[in-house]
Write a protein that binds this ligand. Structure first.
Ligand SMILES: Cc1cc2nc3c(=O)[nH]c(=O)nc-3n(C[C@H](O)[C@H](O)[C@H](O)COP(=O)(O)O)c2cc1C
Length: 236
């Protein structure tokens, strides 16, 4: 079975689990690249960070600093190293390991309050450590439709959304990888928790979201699915 057929079967499973029909892809209007600032790694020790990590449901009204968002993305889902793989000399491997090292996951920053950034939806580009701004409107009302719990819609300064590209996954792997890409997403979520904690940020992993609404918010093509959300901000 070729990758396209397997992607179709995975989408059928995905729709069945969600009891949802596909949402027509509406690409988002902007495509403006924004360089993220260079950042130093947080100094907190690993075990101390594991011991302090917890889910937060109360967020400060203060904005996040661009440096904090940059560090959160860089050290949880940025590039860790390059290796010769998949027919290229410099294939990027992420800070979050994935099955086969395959570059399946994407991260988006859905921004309500980050100093120096417009409200809006941004796609993270790990190789260049840039954001691509896709919209410039406040995503709060849309987040209220995405999150099943209203406490995550307005108070967090930002949401990091993790998505998985099914076409990339099923060009290499059989349908069973539908499960594995959710494991990949879980690994990335733990990185977000730990890096966020080390930076002194509050955060919560959220699996309770509406897939179709999340796909529309992020402007996802049909073969890219949202897998996890991570609400973050300064602690209350
Ligand atoms: C994969 C995953 C999905 C989660 N989804 C939600 C969610 O939808 N809503 C929520 O309030 N918390 C969610 N959480 C947070 C958990 O409820 C929380 O991690 C758990 O109660 C343990 O608390 P702690 O993180 O403070 O140690 C999720 C956590 C994980 C790891």
């Amino acid at each position: 079975m070729n990758g396209r057929d397997t992607t179709e079967r995975a989408l059928a499973v995905h729709r069945l689990l969600n009891a949802q029909l596909p949402v027509p892809a509406e690409p988002l209007p902007l495509a403006q690249r924004i360089a993220l600032p260079d950042v130093h790694p947080p100094k907190a020790g690993l075990v101390a960070t594991l011991a302090r990590r917890h889910s937060s449901y109360d967020f400060s009204e203060e904005p996040l600093e661009m440096l904090e968002l940059s560090a959160l993305l860089r050290f949880s889902m940025g590039v860790q190293r390059f290796v010769p793989a998949y027919g290229v000399e410099q294939y990027p491997l992420s800070m979050a390991p994935s099955a086969g090292g395959l570059d399946i996951l994407r991260a988006y920053a859905v921004v309500r309050r980050v100093a120096g950034l417009d409200h809006g939806v941004y796609r993270y580009e790990p190789v260049s450590h840039e954001l691509v701004q896709l919209t410039d409107t406040d995503p709060g009302a849309h987040l209220a439709e995405v999150y099943l719990q209203e406490e995550f819609a307005w108070p967090p300064a930002a949401t990091v959304a993790i998505t998985a590209r099914l076409d990339v996954a099923f060009d290499k792997y059989p349908l069973r990888h539908y499960r594995t890409l959710h494991v990949d997403s879980g690994v990335a979520v733990q990185n977000l928790y730990l890096v966020g904690t080390a930076l002194g940020l509050a955060g919560c992993a959220v699996a309770g979201f509406d897939d179709a609404a999340a796909g529309t918010l992020l402007g996802l093509a049909e073969n890219e699915i949202p897998t996890m959300l991570f609400a973050t901000g300064r602690p209350a």
